[in-house]
Unconditional design. Structure first.
Length: 94
């Protein structure tokens, strides 16, 4: 029975981790002015805040290296890659 509980708990932790990364990614896109559907009254782009959020995800990647499952690692990798491209694009438009 402990094995089933551990597996369920592990799945929940993966879901929460992926959700966290995606939410941070959405906040970074919003800060960069690159969100595809910004909410009404969204603040203007702030590249410094966007960079901080991207750097924080990079720190999380370094601190969790070797401790993530494949889904968590891929979500973090893909999110960081797309945010880095968005940052370069947003920086060029200034």
């Amino acid at each position: 029975m402990a094995e089933v509980q551990s597996s369920t708990q592990s799945g929940e932790m993966t879901r929460l981790f992926v959700q966290f990364v995606m939410m941070q990614g959405q906040q970074a896109l919003l800060a960069l002015g690159r969100h595809p559907a910004p909410p009404p009254g969204a603040p203007p782009a702030n590249l410094e805040v966007g960079k901080v959020l991207i750097d924080q995800l990079g720190m999380i990647r370094e601190k969790t290296r070797g401790n993530l499952n494949a889904q968590e690692e891929e979500t973090l990798r893909a999110t960081l890659a797309s945010l880095q491209i968005a940052f370069v694009e947003a920086s060029g438009k200034r």
